[in-house]
Write a protein that binds this ligand. Sequence first.
Ligand code: GLA
Length: 406
Amino acid sequence: MGQNISHSASMAEALKAAFARLFGSASPALFFAPGRVNLMGEYTDFNGGHVFPCAISLGTWAAAAPRSDGRFRFHSLNFPQKGIIETDDAALPGTQLVYDRRRYGWANYPLGVPAVLARRGHALPHGLDVVFAGNLPTGAGLSSSASIEVLTAVLADELFHLGLGRKDLALLAQEAENAFVGMQCGIMDQFAIACGKKDHALLLHCGSLACRHVPLTLDGYRVLIANTNKERSLTESKYNERRAECETALTALRRLRPVGALGDLTETAFDAAAALLPPSPPLRRARHVVRENQRTLRAVEALERHDPVAFGRLMNASHASLRDDFEVSGPELDHLADCIRRQPGVLGARMTGAGFGGCVVALVPAALPALSALRNAVATAYAAATGRQPDFYDVSPVDGAARCDD
Ligand code: GLA
């Protein structure tokens, strides 16, 4: 399934109507940013390793127009009860945004973008009125946060005439999340959303930001995303804790040999060094990172030699490593991945994104009747094991964030 045009069209109409009602103007510019699903390479990004995500056809839309003063007024059709979130006069262009996380709620994500621009010394010529709406599940590992951040970066770039490149937009959005939301995320999500390409996944080396689009040709199979519907909790603090553990392991390894980042190590080099250190949680986190990084490269090779079976096996190995060494899955993700793997013809399944709940991505037979039988069987088995109903998303790889009304 490609991006659902009629759905996009009705989203555009809803945004324009809300914009006219709330902000009194009928001609805002329209923008779209996809979400992303990561196919392989989890927790490798901030370790200078490789990731293999693709931008997906679920995402976030915005209707935006310049204001004559320096205020930013944001509204979300997903959180209508929050009304219009508005910055005060201290947010005048060229000054530092007065920033209070508790006050802005969901709007922290888009507001971080003008805040970072101001911090970087851009003299913003005016404020913006923006209405947002999205169809990504929030906090489910499909990057609803990065989607709205990159969307805001793209619309700010266009409406402020900044002339930023795609990588700059991704870095700007990441800095907004790091500095103003407090999640010390890597670059994967924002990069995939800014630089996605229709029908392709993206092999990105997060140390150098060198990247290559790889056709997502799956020879009779397709990507299926299933949501555990387990609400994530404490994700931000656990994520930051894992990041700190990786740094602890890197420091220990550096006492034994020169190493720039965990992503620079081969499995053999890591195993030799790790054998000299006492076992510890940080060392297991590092083992995951080193193996996952190599798995990512092997998965891309498998895809390119049209070997989806090997790709699926690597997905299963990735999940096991995230469960046992990195410890970011949990019973719901483990059950859902297991239920999917047990269905006929399925090649592999793994959690995707930060984990602690959220979504599983799987490689399943493409034929539609088999797919609906698979969904029913998985829903029944998963509900029996966990008491929850899963959701399924039918997505395809799409282009990165862009203006969508011209
Ligand atoms: C989240 C972060 C990414 C990445 C993944 C785990 O999605 O935003 O930077 O670290 O978790 O791979």
